[in-house]
Design a protein around this ligand. Structure first.
Ligand code: BGC
Length: 656
């Protein structure tokens, strides 16, 4: 903990410094005349083309993309990761279009490309910006080998709702931690020089408020008062802008009555006028056309009008811009200056990436994917992200010398794909080392491993294989249970209303518990879970999130005490769903609860019910404390704090 906090404080100081580097200033001086020059030559069709992004998987080859590129009608593509195809698309854009403007090639590289780091929420548990920067750097280098020059990351939506599937992608509930990590990710992806080989443009998303979707239901509405919007949700975005991020993506959600993709307050007032952002803003997938579904507009033409007027520079995947912007300019509903400003924002990023000088990718100039360096970074990230939630009677670490056999049980013990987590389009499950493998590699032939999957997947209700798991445990010194959620249970559109361990897992835990052997739970999940129904049934819990490619070796090192757990929760774990939203930095209220003022529903005297109990802010059935608080995380060391003193009455914090 001491190490994590010291590193964290170091990073806090770092982020108070301006990130505007000399390189960026030179870029601005050098590139603005080039942008103006191009704009003078561009037709309206070509300008609108720069503002339109096409999904390459919709039509390559032969003609849709190729012809669009030749005609200058496409400025960016997403979802193409074959380097030869990317180079061919760049060749058409650069050599066969009239003005030769290169392409932005976008991809969701969220927590790794081939080598997968822990999910972003897990990485946040390390409280270590250096680690996060390194993870983004590895991801950028690997993605660049495929010709990707723009990632749709970092995702920096603050959320206090673990039901939301996208909590997995988020840095958690705290705007300050999220801001520090946001800057680190921008630095990792973009480096000092965006035109260098192996750096890629970053995209802070989803601007803004997405993490506050009602009841954690993805895409739902958000209503966020301005003080909370600015103090909580906008803060990491401001930090990302100050750190030199080149692009932002709007949120699918509606913010205070206006969908983010058509929200002028966000895109012009805050982002451009207040923060002076000079990069460009892309919509989310088809979110311009969705403005009509939201009810803001009646048709695609009006959606294009609202979005471009609000300040949205590029449309992702849809065709509202390509079909309607030209007509809107011709009708004088939109000025050419509005279009030019958007195109300039996009060209600025292309120039900064050095694409005009160097549009092609030679993978041989970059390290191969899955290199030792990448795997080591992934292991370090997994090691630091795991949180030891409980450890009764020092059940952990295990001693391989003193054990003769271990029962390894559960649907996530040997699940190479699942441990990668959500948003791993390009991740290679063949590279994953599972928990089972990690343990086997660690103990070698000295300790017998009895592996029983026990459930087909994390959601299974069948208890048929439980007897086998029970027999394996009886025959072993102890059981290590790999529980949790498989990857598909979190991520976009994968929200849950019940966040207990799914399926029959709690039943499995109870059945194993009855045997009386020590029970260690390793939980892999894309969100905080309500663990109330199993927490007392196990001796220790290592919460491993979805730990990525190198999860297995990291977990083995932690189980056997080669490393001491150091992760601290970046989100609060509720006792039960009804406590949500629950987070550490809530306001005091006029009636804050305390242990003396609360009562549990089961303790109300039926014969003499009182009419009030302390009159404070708590739940009769859950109290007011979480199961595990923000910042919680044990280690194998014991710390003793004595005579703590502050050397000032007030401590100022510089937060950007
Ligand atoms: C997601 C974005 C993502 C985009 C492109 C959308 O559905 O909300 O986060 O970047 O798809 O894949």
């Amino acid at each position: 903990m001491a190490h994590a906090i010291a590193t964290f404080i170091g990073a806090m100081l770092m982020t108070t410094m301006s990130m505007t580097t000399a390189t960026q200033l030179n870029d601005v001086e050098r590139n603005e005349p080039r942008i103006a020059n191009l704009l003078e030559q561009m037709t309206l069709v070509e300008k609108v083309g720069q503002m339109s992004q096409a999904n390459a998987s919709d039509g390559y080859p032969p003609d849709y993309l190729g012809n669009g590129l030749r005609a200058g009608r496409i400025g960016s593509v997403l979802n193409v990761v074959d380097v030869d195809v990317v180079n061919e698309l760049q060749r058409i854009a650069v050599e066969e279009s009239r003005l030769g403007i290169p392409l932005l090639v976008g991809r969701d590289v969220i927590h790794g490309f081939k080598t997968i780091m822990p999910i972003p929420l897990g990485q946040a548990a390390a409280w270590n910006p250096d680690l996060v920067r390194e993870g983004a750097r590895v991801a950028a280098l690997e993605a660049a080998t495929a010709g990707v020059n723009w990632t749709f990351a970092p995702m920096i939506d603050i959320t206090r709702d673990p039901r939301w599937g996208r909590v997995a992608e988020s840095p958690g509930e705290d705007p300050y931690l999220a801001s520090v990590l946001a800057a680190a990710m921008v630095e990792g992806f973009q480096g000092d020089d965006l035109s260098a080989r192996g750096t890629i443009a970053a995209c802070a998303k989803h601007f803004a408020g997405y993490g506050a979707v009602e009841s954690g239901r993805d895409y739902a509405t958000t209503n966020i008062p301005e003080n909370e919007l600015r103090n909580v949700h906008l803060r990491p975005f401001k930090t990302a802008v100050d750190a030199g991020i080149t692009t932002l993506m709007t949120s699918f959600s509606d913010l205070n009555g206006v969908p983010a993709t058509g929200n002028e307050f966000l895109l012009r007032e805050v982002l451009r006028e207040e923060w002076g952002f000079g990069g460009f803003v892309v919509s989310d997938y088809n979110s311009v056309q969705q403005l009509a579904i939201h009810g803001l507009t009646e048709n695609d033409r009006d959606s294009a009008y609202e979005a471009v007027t609000a300040g949205l520079d590029m449309e992702m995947a849809g065709d509202a811009y390509s079909n309607h912007l030209i007509g809107l300019v011709e009708e004088d509903r939109i000025s050419i200056e509005t279009i030019d400003a958007a195109v300039a924002n996009i060209l600025r990023v292309k120039f900064r990436l050095g694409l005009f000088e160097n549009p092609y990718t030679d993978s041989a100039e970059l390290p191969p994917t899955g290199s030792d360096t990448a795997l080591q970074a992934a292991k370090k990230a997994a090691l630091q992200s795991v949180v030891l939630l409980k450890n009764d009677h020092r059940a952990l670490p295990l001693s391989a010398e003193r054990l003769s056999s271990i029962a390894v049980i559960g649907p996530l013990a040997d699940a190479p794909y699942e441990q990668m987590g959500t948003w791993t389009f390009d991740g290679d499950p063949g590279m994953s080392v599972t928990g089972l493998q990690g343990i086997r590699d660690f103990v070698g032939h000295d300790v017998e491993i009895r592996y029983v999957r026990a459930m087909e997947n994390s959601r299974s209700w069948s208890t048929e294989a439980f007897d086998e798991a029970i027999a394996a445990t009886r025959a072993s010194d102890l059981a290590v249970l790999f529980l949790g959620e498989e990857s598909i249970l979190s991520g976009e559109a994968h929200s849950r209303a019940d966040i207990n361990l799914p399926g029959a897992q709690a039943k499995l835990v109870r059945r194993i518990r009855e045997i009386g052997k020590p029970v260690i739970a390793v939980i892999m999940a894309g969100r905080p879970l309500t663990l109330t129904n199993i927490v007392d049934e196990v001796d220790a819990i290592l919460f491993a999130w979805h730990p990525g490619t190198m999860g297995g070796p990291a977990i083995a090192d932690l189980l056997f005490g080669i490393e001491s757990p150091s992760g601290k929760l970046p989100v609060t774990f509720p006792r039960m769903v009804g406590q949500i939203p629950i987070y550490y930095n809530h306001k005091n209220t006029g009636k804050p609860p305390s242990p003396d003022t609360i009562v549990h529903i089961d303790d109300i005297d039926t014969h003499a019910p009182q009419t009030s109990f302390g009159m404070t802010a708590f739940h009769l059935d859950a109290g007011y404390t979480p199961l595990f608080a923000f910042g919680h995380g044990l280690s194998y060391a014991e710390f003793d704090y004595q005579n703590i003193k502050a050397d000032a009455r007030e401590i100022g914090l510089a937060i950007r």
